[in-house]
Unconditional design. Structure first.
Length: 253
């Protein structure tokens, strides 16, 4: 009897240990299953994030390109135009000084010089016009320039400041003669005020003056324009680059 009771207690102990083992194993299994589920969920979220479109991809161009475009410096169209001419840097301070002294529009002054000589101080036109503003010696005499021991009128007109002051005086005279009619001032600088008056105070319809006025006024508008990005300075620059290779068009008085 005692032997039977001992066997029962032994079996109960074995079953208890087995039950404890099985419960422990089941608990461990459930914990591992739950951990794997969480891990898989996190991995799926990570994969989703890795394949999401980024801000760079959502834009129309790569970030590097955007930074490059934003870095394009702002420049003046006037600066871009005038820098085409090799002689501009050597005379620009004279142009600014004389325009201020005579009360002449600086941009108009520059537009005329660009058209007349392309900022070449030693330019001599086929008709004998001289220097930056392509002034005829006879016109220079009318506006105070005389020849003397220091040099002839033609020689003096080669000097940038002398040329600019003489041409500036003539331009100032024309502006007073045709007030508020800038196109007639430009036409008179090219063809002479008498020719403009004989045309009924209109642009003379000869072979050169209409095209000359158009060129000067285009340059003038460009010099008056606002600041743009450097890569937007386009068509007028091409015209100037092409014009630079040609001979200077002398003013006719």
């Amino acid at each position: 009897m005692q032997s039977s009771c001992g066997r029962v207690r032994l079996l109960r102990g074995v079953f208890g240990m087995l039950r404890t083992f099985l419960l422990g194993y089941l608990l461990l299994f459930l914990q591992q299953t739950a951990f794997c589920a969480v891990l898989n969920s996190m991995q799926g979220h990570l994969d989703l994030c890795l394949h999401c479109p980024t801000i760079v991809e959502a834009n129309s161009e790569p970030l590097a390109t955007q930074k490059s475009s934003a870095a394009v410096p702002a420049v003046s169209k006037a600066t871009a135009m005038l820098d085409v001419f090799p002689g501009y840097q050597q005379v620009k301070h004279h142009v600014l000084e004389v325009a201020g002294e005579l009360g002449v529009d600086h941009a108009l002054f520059q537009a005329l010089i660009a058209t007349e000589s392309k900022f070449n101080a030693s330019a001599v036109g086929p008709g004998g016009a001289v220097g930056l503003m392509q002034i005829m010696p006879s016109t220079a005499v009318n506006f105070g320039l005389v020849g003397d021991k220091s040099g002839s009128i033609r020689k003096k007109l080669i000097d940038p400041r002398t040329n600019l002051r003489t041409g500036g005086r003539y331009l100032r005279y024309l502006m007073n003669l045709f007030p508020g009619r800038l196109e007639l001032v430009v036409a008179a600088y090219n063809a002479g005020e008498g020719t403009v008056k004989r045309a009924g105070n209109k642009i003379p319809k000869n072979k050169t003056t209409p095209a000359y006025v158009k060129t000067v006024m285009r340059h003038y508008a460009l010099l008056k324009s606002p600041v743009l990005a450097a890569d937007k300075v386009d068509a007028p620059m091409d015209d100037l680059l092409q014009a630079q290779t040609g001979p200077a068009d002398p003013a006719i008085y």
